[in-house]
Design a binder for this molecule. Structure first.
Ligand code: UN1
Length: 498
């Protein structure tokens, strides 16, 4: 008989509890289809309780000096460091990324929490000269209030922490809803803050479907800011719903990220980069390399070498450190990716993979072979986000053409160029329509101390990570202090002074 699956409740007002007669759902290991844990399918009522708890906790958290808030973050980072091996394994078991990346996900969380803890001693405002005498002008940052964090499954600890750590250091209280299929990972995130001594009600955790829990969060008038990472369609719905309440809605959505490979590139270096960019995390990063745009002079040579390398690439148990690529994250993911592969087979030339892997242990999970298509620019697989291990390779005759192809998609998150020509590298920095450009490195692997986000349909202009992460979670208060002891009038001639 299968072992009983552990059941978890919601975390509201500092207490873990399951509402009476709550409906439940289970998370599943995508490599084996074994259940991992059971969670509450939350309701609008649960969200209401969570927002109430967050609103109640707000004043005291806001009044806690930011460096003290930073101390709690540092403690959370310390605890997570201790738990890294165990949490990394949970990420791999529940989401399917290979263990080195499961651990990397946790490391990205640790890095960002530590980085944000330091922000507690900055949270800079500005002092600005006044046009009048004996008057002092400055800005300070203030928290927004209750914020909603809605996060995806592909970075099940890192992305929640990008949002939570930035929101906390800024003095906000939070209602957090993770992607349902990686709720067990999200629970570890919450536990770390709880164990670090975060006051009750500051971080609340409600699991359940986006259409119920997410909508209730976004619709609640007490929630002033919504931070969402996920797909474009859902992002648009969140934006529209949030707009009705005139909320700030921060969106991190899709990508169709190109690597441009020029004829003068270091091809060995690019081989490693393209393999990691396209097939790392089974291609399920917003930043994944999903297009390879290659100069005709090196096209046949590079493609041949890329395909040869894939023959030695193992797909399998993500907990085995020798595995190159694990399963895709869910049945739903598998279905969508296979649909795109079927489309690709009709409109392009399949050069590698293109199948669901079957037989033996593969039959228990959601395994898809790394897949390469040769295609013309303009096909669906070359323009739509697939979010799987599917790479479209496109031949071009010049740098100019490469840039035109790279930019001719609806997204603009990450981009890359491999070249030894420094002039061309600098030109690409300006020419590529994307929030992130790499030179001689693949499209994945952003570091937490730099801003992360994109242009066009990748979002609505905001950035996460880096010191600008706090812009999303703070209001700027402008303060004028007049110490002239008389009424001075700005903009009015002879308005005062002396
Ligand atoms: C994402 O795919 O949504 O740059 C985030 C990277 C990671 C973060 C990816 N540091 O690939």
């Amino acid at each position: 008989m299968a072992a009983k699956v552990e059941e978890f409740g919601l975390f509201i007002g500092g207490k873990w509890a399951s509402p009476p007669k709550a409906k439940r759902f289970k998370t599943v290991n995508p490599a084996t289809r074994e259940p991992i844990a059971s969670f509450v399918s939350g309701t609008a009522k649960d969200v209401d309780r969570a927002v109430t708890a967050a609103a109640k906790a707000f004043h005291s958290w806001k009044e806690t000096p930011a460096p003290k808030r930073g101390d709690i973050l540092l403690e959370a980072a310390r605890i997570l460091k201790e738990r890294k091996p165990e949490v990394g394994k949970i990420v791999t078991r529940e989401m399917g990324k290979v263990i080195s990346e499961g651990l990397g996900d946790v490391q990205e969380s640790i890095d960002f929490i530590e980085y944000m803890a330091g922000e507690g001693r900055r949270l800079f405002g500005e002092t600005v000269p006044s046009e009048l005498r004996s008057k002092f002008c400055l800005t300070v940052r203030q928290p927004k209030g209750v914020v909603a964090c809605i996060t995806p499954w592909n970075f099940p600890t890192a992305i929640p922490n990008w949002k939570i750590a930035a929101a906390l250091i800024s003095g906000n209280t939070i209602v957090f809803k993770p992607a349902s299929n990686t709720a067990r990972c999200a629970l570890e995130v919450v536990r770390v803050y709880q164990d670090a001594g975060l006051p009750k009600g500051v971080l609340n955790f409600v699991t359940g479907p986006g259409g119920v829990v997410g909508n209730a969060m976004v619709s609640d008038p007490r929630v002033r800011t919504v931070s969402f990472t996920g797909g474009v369609e859902t992002g648009r719905e969140v934006y529209v719903r949030g707009a009705q309440g005139l909320k700030m809605v921060h969106l991190e959505l899709g990508g169709k990220n190109p690597v441009i490979l020029m004829e003068d590139a270091d091809l060995d270096l690019a081989l490693d980069g393209v393999l990691f960019g396209a097939f790392g995390t089974s291609g399920q990063r917003c930043t994944a390399t999903s297009r390879l745009i290659v100069h005709k002079d090196v096209y046949d040579d590079f493609l041949g070498r890329l395909i040869a390398r894939l023959d030695g690439f193992t797909v399998g148990d993500p907990l085995d450190p020798k595995t190159g690529m694990g399963p895709v994250a869910s049945a739903d993911q598998e279905r969508k990716i296979l649909e795109y592969i079927a489309i690709g087979k009709k409109e392009a030339k399949l050069r590698y993979g293109g199948t669901k892997l079957t037989g033996g242990a593969y039959d228990r999970g959601y395994f898809i072979s790394p897949t390469i298509f040769e295609t013309k620019h303009g096909t669906r697989i070359s323009k739509e986000e697939i979010f799987g291990p599917v790479l479209s390779v496109i031949k071009v005759g010049s740098y100019e053409k490469a840039v035109r192809v790279a930019n001719d998609v609806e997204y603009g998150l990450s981009s890359s160029i491999y070249t030894r020509d420094v002039n061309r590298a600098f030109r690409a920095m300006g020419d590529l329509e994307a929030g992130i450009t790499y030179v001689n490195a693949p499209t994945i692997g952003a570091e937490v101390q730099l801003p992360f986000g994109g242009v066009k349909n990748t979002g609505n202009g905001g950035r996460e990570a880096g010191s600008v992460a706090i812009d999303e979670f703070t209001e700027i208060k402008t303060v004028f202090i007049d110490f002239s002891s008389k009424l001075q009038k700005a903009q009015i001639e002879d308005g005062g002074g002396e």
